[in-house]
Design a protein around this ligand. Structure first.
Ligand code: BGC
Length: 386
């Protein structure tokens, strides 16, 4: 028999704050006044069912969780998969973890196999957010809850929840860094920038790009910032598959076409580390001016080494351990029929409606704080960064 524990709303806030290391504070604060204004009475009496450790252990012992990850090519997904598996197994779940080599059809088959072999919950980080329709429909037919992991699963009503980092904020952290470092508000300029964004098939990519672009755009409009290539729309600067080689090729073309005459670059705003690496490779071989600011995201090992070596200016640390912990918690909450921890019910519409989401907080990283963030916290060993 299931035991449910009703606790006050305030306590839930505290719980959801704790889930991502206090990171959810801004979202929770923003939401609180609106909720109060809308329904103070309802909020005061809202019953929240918390999953007890015993209940979770009971369901974990009979549950197989399918964890579908996009690729092992990128450091972060290996980390994500390892963390999910370790944390789920620690609670007693059986785990079927699969990587799809960035091949959509492989991911579809893997998910279908997970369902056929008895997985009763699915956690999916999609290669291409809109391409898993059939597999997701199969999950729904079988009553299997689906959590979209980091990347939203699009155009499917089979998605129960979404857990990610605040993707728009990632872009804002990058954009604000460029504004502050170049001192765009006070310095004369003009400053020369280029942009590289992510994969159009990944719903996150637009959030990252817009987060940065929305902050930098006024400076482009005022003439303080010049984008020499003229490429300023997401479509123009996108990087299919997020491939390092794809980003490198585009950067080489831009450098050859617009910078071979000695024009200097002040910053190259890259949405993530895999694309930043491509830009850094292109700069190393094809650019001799003063080295520009290069932004990134993920704190991948190669990029962290480049930060230490001065070839990348910053990254955004998204601690995959916290995201995994949040998702593991949500799995337990879903299976025990408890209240599922979400902190955003407005931002992520997957085409069939808003998917209730939990957004973890991204953290600014650079050569000055990487030790504290990445080594002291046990994310990497010092040797891995040598
Ligand atoms: C993730 C990023 C990652 C990118 C490429 C995005 O969906 O949020 O952290 O850099 O995919 O793998």
């Amino acid at each position: 028999m299931k035991k449910f524990l009703a606790i006050a709303m305030a306590a839930v806030m505290v719980l959801s704050l704790a889930a991502c290391g206090g990171s959810a504070a801004p979202a929770a604060e923003e939401e609180a006044p609106a909720a109060e204004a809308a329904a103070p009475a309802a909020e005061a009496t809202a019953e929240v069912k918390e999953a007890s450790a015993e209940e979770v252990a009971e369901v974990a012992a009979v549950t197989k969780v399918g964890v579908s990850m996009p690729t092992k090519d990128l450091q972060r997904w290996i980390q994500d998969g390892d963390n999910m598996k370790a944390q789920l197994e620690e609670l007693g779940y059986e785990v079927d973890l699969q990587y799809a080599s960035n091949d959509v059809q492989t991911q579809v088959s893997q998910i279908e196999n997970m369902i056929a072999s008895g997985a009763t919950v699915l956690v999916i980080a999609a290669i291409e957010g809109s391409s898993l329709g059939e597999a997701l429909a199969m999950a729904k037919e079988n009553g299997i809850p689906v959590i979209a992991y980091d990347r939203l699963l699009m155009n499917s009503d089979a998605v129960s929840y979404y857990a990610t980092f605040d993707n728009y904020k990632v872009g804002q952290v990058q954009g604000q860094y460029v504004i502050d470092t170049l001192d765009l508000d006070n310095a004369d300029g003009p400053f020369v920038l280029e942009f590289t964004a992510g994969d159009p098939g990944d719903n996150n990519a637009g959030f990252f790009f817009n987060g940065a672009m929305d902050l930098i755009k006024p400076y482009i409009e005022s003439g303080k910032v010049v984008v020499t290539s003229g490429q300023t729309t997401f479509e123009e600067v996108a990087t299919p598959t997020w491939g390092t080689d794809v980003a490198q090729k585009r950067a080489e073309d831009i450098l050859a076409t617009y910078y071979a005459d000695g024009t200097e670059l002040d910053a190259w705003v890259c949405s993530n580390d895999s694309t930043a690496l491509g830009v850094e490779n292109a700069l190393a071989a094809n650019y001799t001016g003063a080295y520009p600011i290069v932004t990134g995201q993920d704190c991948d090992i190669e990029n962290t080494k480049n930060m230490i070596a001065g070839k990348q200016s910053m990254s955004v640390f998204k601690d995959t351990r916290t995201l995994a912990a949040q998702v593991v918690k949500m799995v337990g909450q879903i299976l025990t029929g408890s209240t599922v921890d979400v902190n955003d019910t407005e931002t992520y519409d997957n085409g069939t409606g808003i998917v209730p989401s939990f957004l973890c907080e991204p953290v600014f990283a650079d050569a000055n704080n990487y030790k504290e963030l990445l080594i002291d916290s046990g994310y990497y060993t010092e040797d891995q960064l040598k």
